[in-house]
Design a protein around this ligand. Structure first.
Ligand code: ATP
Length: 361
């Protein structure tokens, strides 16, 4: 295997985040570096991008303009988790959400696949949740000015949900294109029985798009029925497409069925930009203890490399991504795991085990 494609340089951003962020982000960087080297790719140039608690202390804002500018100049970036609930009140809005909005990262792709060798409630789970990322009921996502939540009086709170046909069609295309590379089945998840206008529009727009993919099977479910169905028969699902909030909740449920939150990967993307971000949060209870499971971010970084491989037609990057996934699987198969999965390995020990295996294939 030669250099990365035409030997193009690869600039990757690195956002440490809060809580366990610096530990898992550092681990992911190490694994990516080794995988690129093992695949014969040019080494990545890493760009540190301050964001979160440390940025508040240093720049007076959780998301400095210089970080957004820096992201724009990278080929993609790894985003550590943020604990914005713990920031001073004036800084509490989620910086990760602001980044998704700024770059129009409309699709959040969240695969869940049980890994042989680790305990799992649902060993046959193998699905992808395709979550609409730009609107829905998120207070920070759905207004041009102001918040999507407001209080006319201190005792009354209102919430605005935003659903547009264009965003529904865009996310539906992501889901159907993805299903075409998998088991060719899409389930539209909504709640049109109680939100007939917003969720009805989501469901109907997805069905409209389905007509363009006649060889993909399609059905739909209410989100509460899907939660039960996921626990009863997770193997029934291939690709689920849903709105923002439902996707967030269902993906934590599915992640836990497949193993642990610590193994659940995700990619946030548009047609031109991508950001690797684990499904889990900053887990402050584990911060600084060398106990966090770094696998979610390893697999998210692999998704980013695979996305870049597709954009650049670069098989070297795809091979690096495969090496990461196989090294993680081989490490679990050897009985090595962090405490959340009942294992004894620390974050750094687990990282070294994966790093060593990246070269073995
Ligand atoms: P957010 O809303 O920001 O996603 P959250 O409230 O859902 O955050 P997390 O920070 O994801 O919560 O963590 C919930 C719990 O799951 C943590 O307290 C921790 O015990 C466990 N956990 C999360 N991520 C990991 C990880 N990478 N390794 C081990 N345990 C984890």
């Amino acid at each position: 295997m030669g250099e990365t494609g035409s030997g193009q340089r690869l600039r990757l951003g690195l956002v440490d985040g809060d809580g366990i962020g610096p530990e898992v982000v550092g681990s992911a960087r190490r694994v990516v570096d080794e995988a690129l080297s093992a695949a014969g790719c040019r080494a990545a140039e890493w760009v540190a991008l301050p964001m979160g608690r440390r940025a508040i202390d240093e720049f007076g804002t959780a998301l400095p303009e210089s970080t957004l500018d820096g992201m724009a100049e990278t080929d993609g970036w790894i985003l550590g988790p943020h604990d914005n609930a713990a920031y001073p009140p004036q800084h509490r809005s989620a910086p990760g959400g602001a980044v998704r909005r700024h770059f129009g990262l409309h699709a959040n792709i969240r695969p869940v696949q049980a890994i042989p060798g680790i305990r799992s409630v649902a060993p046959d789970i193998d699905l992808v949740i395709v979550r609409e990322n730009s609107e829905g009921f998120y207070a920070d996502r759905n207004m041009a000015v102001g918040s999507g939540e407001f209080c006319p009086t201190p005792d009354i709170a209102l919430s605005v949900g935003l659903v547009t046909r264009a965003a529904c069609e865009r996310i539906a295309h992501e889901a159907f294109r993805l299903a075409a590379t998998r088991r060719r089945q899409v389930t539209i998840v909504h709640k049109a029985n109680v939100l007939p206008l917003t969720m009805g529009l989501f469901r109907d727009a997805c069905y409209q798009v389905a007509r363009e993919y006649p060889d993909i099977r399609v059905d739909d479910e209410h989100v509460d029925a899907t939660a039960a169905h996921l626990v009863r028969a997770p193997g029934d699902f291939d690709v689920l497409v849903t709105e923002n909030l439902f996707g967030d909740i269902l993906s934590d449920l599915a992640a836990q069925l497949g193993g642990s939150l610590g193994t659940a990967a995700s990619l946030n993307c548009s047609a031109t930009r991508a950001m690797a971000q684990a499904v889990h949060g900053a887990a402050p209870d584990l911060a600084g203890r060398n106990r966090a499971n770094p696998v979610a971010l390893h697999r998210s970084a692999a998704m980013l490399l695979r996305w870049l491989a597709g954009r650049r037609a670069d098989p070297g990057l795809a091979q690096a991504a495969d090496r990461i996934d196989r090294a993680v699987a081989a490490t679990f198969a050897a009985g090595i795991a962090t405490a959340d999965l009942g294992g004894l390995a620390s974050t750094s020990e687990f990282t070294e085990q994966v790093t060593a295996r990246v070269h073995k294939w």
